[in-house]
Design a protein around this ligand. Structure first.
Ligand code: IMP
Length: 428
C-alpha cells in the first residue's frame, strides 16, 4: 500500500492526465487537491479523448473513487457539465465521486472580477477571485451551499460586496444576483449526494489499508508561494498542497513523482528563461500540439531547463521523474538544454525570488545530439535510439532525479516504465 503524489514539475500541461490515468489502477482513490476548472487533464483512450477539468482522471476507471478535495474551488456549473459528459459515456459518476464539504464554491461574479482585474493572462475562470474570497474569509463552501438558510445569508453578504466593485467598474448590469442565487440553490440539490467530509473519507480508507493517488493540477512553477510570482495560479500546486488540500498528513505520503516534458512550455504571462521565440519554438508547438486544453491558447515553447526542474525536485522532494512527449523532439538535429543561468559573468545557481530577477538571467545551453528517428510509441527503454537514451541520462544526472518513466505518445501503451527504478517498483 503506497500513497503517491503525482504533480507537474514545470509550468503545467506536462501530461499528468495520461500518467495518472495509466497508473491509477493500483490505487483505490484518486484525489485532486488544488485548483479548479482552470486545469485541463487530457486522457486519450483509443480514439476517444477526454478533457477533465475538475474531476480526477481516475474516474475513467470503473470502481475507482475520485475525490475533489477541500483545496479546490468548484464551479458547480462546470462540475455538472463534466459529470454529464462522463455519464454519457457510461461512467457511474454518482457512485465514484466525492466532493469535500470544505471546498469553496466559485460563482459567476468571480469571473466578472477576473475580467476586470486580470493582469497576468489567467485562464479567465474566476479561480483567483474565488481563492481571494477564501483567504479573505468571505468565501462560501460546499457545506454552506447545502444549507439553504445559511447560504441565503452568506450569498447576500458576498453578493453585496461584489455589487459594490461591479458598480464601480460599470458592469453591475452583467450580474443578475437573484438569478445566480436561484441557480446555485438548484445546483446544491444535484451535488448534495456526493458532498461529504473527504478528509475523513481518505483517512479512514488509508487506515483500512487502501491507497490514494494525489493528482496535482498546474505545475510547481505556478505554485502561489514557490512559483514565478505574481505569474502563478492561486493555489499550492507543489507537494505540500496535497496535504493541506485533502486533510491527509505528510506522514501518510510514501512517494512523490514529478512529471516534466522533454522540453518546456508555459501558458500566459511571466518569465520563461528557455523560451524559443524562433522557428524551433513553432516547430515544437506544431509537433507537440501545444495549444491549451482549457483555453485553446498557443503555449509558449522552449527547451528543458535543468535549474528549474532541479528547483522543482527540491521543493517537492521528488523520488522520480516522468519525462513526457519525448517523440516531439524526434526530428531535431541538436537539442539545446539549459544547464545553468548567468547574470553578466556570474553563474546563478539559485532561483531568483522575483519575476524580474528571473527574466534578467541568461540561460546557458549545452546542445545534445538529436536522434532523428521516430520514438513514437516505443514502449521498451532498450529500443530507444542511443542519443535519446543519452538525452534522458543527461536529464537524470543533471536534475539529480531518476527518470523512471517515459511517454512516447498520447496512448496508454506508448509508455516506457523502467522496472528497476523507484518508479517501476511503485507502479509495476
Ligand atoms: P489561473 O489559474 O486561471 O488564475 O491562471 C494563472 C496562471 O496559471 C496563468 O498564467 C495560466 O495560464 C496558468 N495556468 C492555470 N492553469 C493552468 C494549467 O492547467 N496549465 C498551464 N497553465 C495554467
Amino acid at each position: 500500500m503506497s500513497n503517491v503524489i503525482i504533480l507537474g514539475a514545470q509550468w503545467g500541461d506536462e501530461g499528468k492526465g495520461k500518467i495518472v490515468d495509466l497508473f491509477c489502477g493500483r490505487f483505490e482513490f484518486v484525489a485532486r487537491y488544488q485548483g479548479g476548472h482552470n486545469a485541463g487533464h487530457t486522457v486519450q483512450i483509443g480514439d476517444k479523448k477526454f478533457i477533465l477539468k475538475l474531476i480526477p482522471s481516475g474516474i475513467l476507471h470503473p470502481g475507482k473513487r475520485a475525490v475533489i478535495g477541500n483545496g479546490l474551488v468548484v464551479d458547480p456549473a462546470a462540475l455538472l457539465n463534466e459529470m454529464q459528459s462522463l455519464t454519457a459515456v457510461g461512467v457511474n459518476v454518482a457512485a465514484q465521486l466525492s466532493i469535500s464539504n470544505r471546498a469553496h464554491v466559485l460563482f459567476p461574479f468571480h469571473r466578472t472580477m477576473e475580467h476586470m482585474l486580470d493582469a497576468i493572462g489567467t485562464t479567465s475562470r474566476g479561480i483567483g477571485p474565488c481563492y481571494e474570497d477564501k483567504a479573505g474569509r468571505r468565501g462560501i463552501r460546499m457545506a454552506d451551499l447545502l444549507d439553504r438558510e445559511r447560504f441565503g445569508a452568506q450569498f447576500d453578504a458576498l453578493a453585496a460586496d461584489k455589487g459594490i466593485v461591479a458598480r464601480a467598474f460599470g458592469v453591475a448590469d452583467e450580474l443578475d444576483l437573484e438569478r445566480i442565487r436561484a441557480e446555485y440553490e438548484g445546483f446544491a440539490e444535484q451535488i448534495r449526494p456526493m458532498v461529504c467530509d473527504t478528509a475523513r473519507l481518505l483517512n479512514e480508507a488509508i487506515r483500512a489499508g487502501k491507497s490514494v493517488m494525489f493528482e496535482g493540477a498546474q505545475g510547481t512553477m505556478l505554485d502561489l508561494d514557490h512559483g514565478t510570482f505574481p505569474f502563478v495560479t492561486s493555489s499550492s500546486a507543489s507537494a505540500g498542497g496535497a496535504c493541506t488540500g485533502t486533510g491527509v498528513a505528510p506522514t501518510r505520503i510514501h512517494a512523490i513523482v514529478g512529471v516534466a516534458k522533454a522540453y518546456t512550455t508555459r501558458v500566459g504571462g511571466g518569465p520563461f528563461p528557455t523560451e524559443a521565440l524562433d522557428a524551433m519554438g513553432d516547430q515544437i508547438r506544431q509537433r507537440g500540439h501545444e495549444f491549451g486544453s482549457v483555453t485553446g491558447r498557443p503555449r509558449r515553447c522552449g527547451w528543458f531547463d535543468i535549474p528549474q526542474v532541479r528547483y522543482a525536485a527540491m521543493l517537492n522532494g521528488l523520488d522520480s521523474l516522468v519525462i513526457t512527449k519525448l517523440d516531439v523532439l524526434d526530428q531535431l538535429e541538436k537539442i539545446p538544454v539549459c544547464t545553468t543561468y548567468r547574470s553578466g559573468r556570474h553563474e546563478v545557481t539559485d532561483m531568483p525570488a522575483t519575476a524580474a530577477g528571473l527574466e534578467a538571467l541568461e540561460p546557458v545551453y549545452e546542445c545534445l545530439p538529436g536522434w532523428r528517428t521516430s520514438t513514437q510509441g516505443v514502449s521498451r527503454y532498450e529500443e530507444l535510439p542511443l542519443q535519446a537514451r543519452d538525452y534522458l541520462a543527461y536529464l537524470e544526472n543533471r536534475t539529480g532525479v531518476e527518470v523512471g518513466c517515459i511517454s512516447t505518445g498520447p496512448e496508454r501503451n506508448q509508455t516506457i516504465v523502467r522496472r528497476e527504478s523507484r518508479f517501476g517498483k511503485l507502479f509495476t
